[in-house]
Design a protein around this ligand. Structure first.
Ligand code: RUB
Length: 316
């Protein structure tokens, strides 16, 4: 059933909207998934603890299957279930889920504000900043620097195939920040004139590698070659406890029709549409998180310290 308040939607609705990219951006999908679990717990009728538990487990699986790459989704869902095994009644369980979901969203929103403040220190008067795709964290940094009175301009990549760069250009234009759009393949051409690259993250692995929108690795390579600082803006929920086990980050592949429409090429032409890629830590200058600006090599410590052992070893 579709509920109208966007923050009061069922897990099924939210999972579908995440799959279809109506809800997108790694932090946003995590927050919306957490709220969908709260909604499922509240909408469940009855006081049968085991029934509620399995209802929520099903909702959790549905949400986790909606998009595979952003670890923030997995971290958010795990967070919602923190300490729920201790509940002895359905009401206790429900209120723990509610409390965790709301706490997760609050923490994530507050992280975004802190990242904006810390990251703004990296933007200097007169800079040319390049950004890729549409990251709320990277935009928070630019918005804060602009609000502090710094004057700079932004180059935003189109970000094929979904063209999320249009969202970025609109967001920045609304704030009054001068923005120039370029196609993804113009990145190396313009890089020599840039002072800073700011991107977001879907996942940061324990070795400091960044998984973000396809094309990010090429942007990083061009920045490295031109000695332009490549800075990632990411809350600690983007760090992956699962990579500590040696698990590889799954790179989502989406439908070929997002790249070429049916009939545009003959059927024997294969289309490959990976939507994220991995940037090695040696191309990353720093990661702006809510606990400070850190080198990519601090990723392991962030996972252990911020996400916690019991969180890492959470039973699935
Ligand atoms: C969005 C993308 C963003 C990160 C970070 O990909 O790669 O850079 O998710 O975004 P998609 P945020 O459009 O496929 O979701 O900083 O908003 O979490």
């Amino acid at each position: 059933m579709c509920r109208t308040d966007t923050h009061r939607m069922s897990a099924e609705d939210v999972a579908e909207r995440i799959r279809s990219m109506e809800i997108r951006g790694a932090a946003e999908i995590a927050r919306r998934a957490a709220l969908a679990l709260r909604e499922e717990a509240e909408a469940y009728e009855g006081n049968d603890l085991e029934g509620l538990r399995s209802h929520l487990e099903r909702a959790k699986e549905l949400l986790l299957a909606s998009r595979p790459t952003a670890i923030s989704l997995w971290n958010g869902v795990q967070y919602v279930f923190k300490d729920t095994s201790k509940a002895t009644t359905a009401e206790e369980y429900r209120s723990k889920v509610r409390e965790n979901a709301e706490h997760f969203v609050k923490r994530s929103q507050s992280a975004l504000r802190t990242i904006g403040r810390l990251g703004a220190n990296r933007v200097r008067e007169g800079d040319r900043v390049l950004t890729h795709c549409n990251s709320k964290a990277a935009i928070a940094v630019m918005a804060e620097a602009w609000a502090q009175g710094k004057r700079f301009e932004v180059y935003a990549t189109e970000s094929r195939p979904w063209r999320q760069g249009l969202l970025t250009a609109n967001d920045l234009a609304r704030l009054g920040i001068p923005v120039t759009m370029i196609v993804d393949s113009a990145v190396r051409y313009v890089m020599k004139d840039m002072d800073l690259v700011l991107v977001g993250a879907d996942t940061i692995a324990s070795n400091g590698a960044l998984i973000n929108k396809i094309g990010t690795a090429q942007v990083a390579l061009a920045a490295h070659e031109a000695r332009v600082s490549f800075t990632v803006c990411a809350e600690t929920f983007k760090f992956s406890p699962r990579t500590i086990y040696g698990e590889l980050v799954k790179i989502e592949e989406r439908d070929p029709t997002e790249v070429v429409k049916e009939g545009e090429v003959p059927p024997q032409v294969k289309v490959f549409n990976p939507v994220f890629d991995a940037t090695p830590p040696e191309y990353i200058d720093s990661i702006v998180t809510e606990i400070g600006v850190i080198p990519p090599y601090a990723a392991y410590q962030v996972i252990i310290k911020e996400l916690g052992q019991e969180f890492i070893f959470h039973e699935e």
